[in-house]
Write a protein that binds this ligand. Structure first.
Ligand code: MEV
Length: 314
């Protein structure tokens, strides 16, 4: 065993297919390595009680707030696996990922902690094991997650994801393309948004299901465009996907406004990303110059923070 275990992970962006992914339709998502979270864990000496230091909560582990109940269960499960459930520890989390903004903060934090805990025992963790542990956290935090957030936060590459199926790395050839990510400044509400869509599936199945199917068709059309550097058509599909999300009532006025601002600033397309009802917007640019113009315009119209991800990097 080591003195300290360290683990890292990163934010994620859903490019196509949020919500429809819950209903077994394909989704496409990317890890954002520039926005990361790291965790460090060590066992305490001198009978010191377990503690956690984090942006969200600093204090005794036994007084952990309800919002972190998922993390708690996952850590207990991993320590039990190594017969150390009763051993007191100190867990420190440092995160650059804004919480409740559709960037997968909870899943990424759980990935970093699971990696750190295995690292403390000097053991490798397979991707499948990692996803199973993180699912314990995600089930408690989000209710009925598709698993997309955890799969993306634990990947180095863009992925094609279908719930319950093996996820695949996606090849891209988008040399001159950039994704602008903008925080709308409003907290997203994952459980509420997922429950809203589920209610619509019950009350108006035909209409809701046809929107979900349409989003599945949009995501299915994307992989060849990524290979052929077809930025114009990718942008069109992002606009179409945003429209579907609006019809599912998971957008809001601010996200719709930012979507229009991005397109007027010359982005090839733009859409909300993540669960919606707040959170982030993404816009596709065909040059670095346009990406910084789009980012500036989005900030001028209320985005509280922007990031630019070159897509040629993957
Ligand atoms: C949340 O980041 C993405 C949703 O599709 C929910 C999920 O996939 O579990 C809205």
């Amino acid at each position: 065993m080591k003195k300290y275990g360290n683990g890292k992970s990163s934010a994620k962006i859903i490019w196509f297919g949020e919500h429809s992914v819950v209903y077994e339709q394909p989704a496409i998502a990317l890890p954002l390595s520039a926005v990361s979270v790291s965790a460090q864990i060590s066992f305490n000496e001198n009978n010191e009680p377990s503690r956690i230091y984090s942006r969200y909560y600093d204090g005794l582990w036994r007084q952990l707030p309800r919002e972190l109940a998922g993390i708690k269960q996952m850590v207990i499960k991993i320590l039990s696996r190594f017969d150390k459930a009763d051993q007191a520890f100190t867990l420190t989390i440092e995160s650059e990922i804004p919480s409740e903004r559709g960037m997968g903060s909870s899943a990424a934090t759980a990935v970093a902690i699971a990696r750190a805990t295995f690292n403390l025992f000097d053991k490798n963790i397979s991707r499948n094991q990692l996803l199973q542990y993180v699912d314990i956290e995600e089930q408690i935090t989000h209710g009925n997650p598709s698993g997309l957030d955890a799969a993306t936060a634990s990947s180095k590459w863009p992925i094609w994801y279908v719930k319950g199926a093996e996820n695949m790395q996606l090849d891209m050839n988008l040399a001159g393309a950039f994704l602008v990510i903008a925080d709308s400044g409003i907290k997203g509400k994952t459980s509420e948004a997922v429950a809203n869509v589920s209610d619509q599936m019950t009350t108006d199945y035909d209409k809701t299901n046809s929107i979900i199917m349409k989003m599945g068709q949009i995501a299915s059309a994307v992989p060849p465009l990524l290979l052929n550097n077809d930025i114009d058509e990718l942008g069109n599909l992002m606009n179409a996907n945003h429209n579907c999300l609006r019809q599912l009532h998971v957008s809001n006025q601010q996200l719709d406004k930012l979507q229009r601002v991005a397109v007027l600033a010359g982005a090839k397309g733009a859409k909300l990303t993540g669960s919606g009802l707040g959170g982030c917007l993404i816009a596709l640019s065909d040059s670095a110059q346009n990406a910084s113009l789009v980012a500036k315009q989005l900030e001028k119209h209320g985005a509280t923070k922007t990031w630019i991800q070159p897509l040629g990097q993957f």
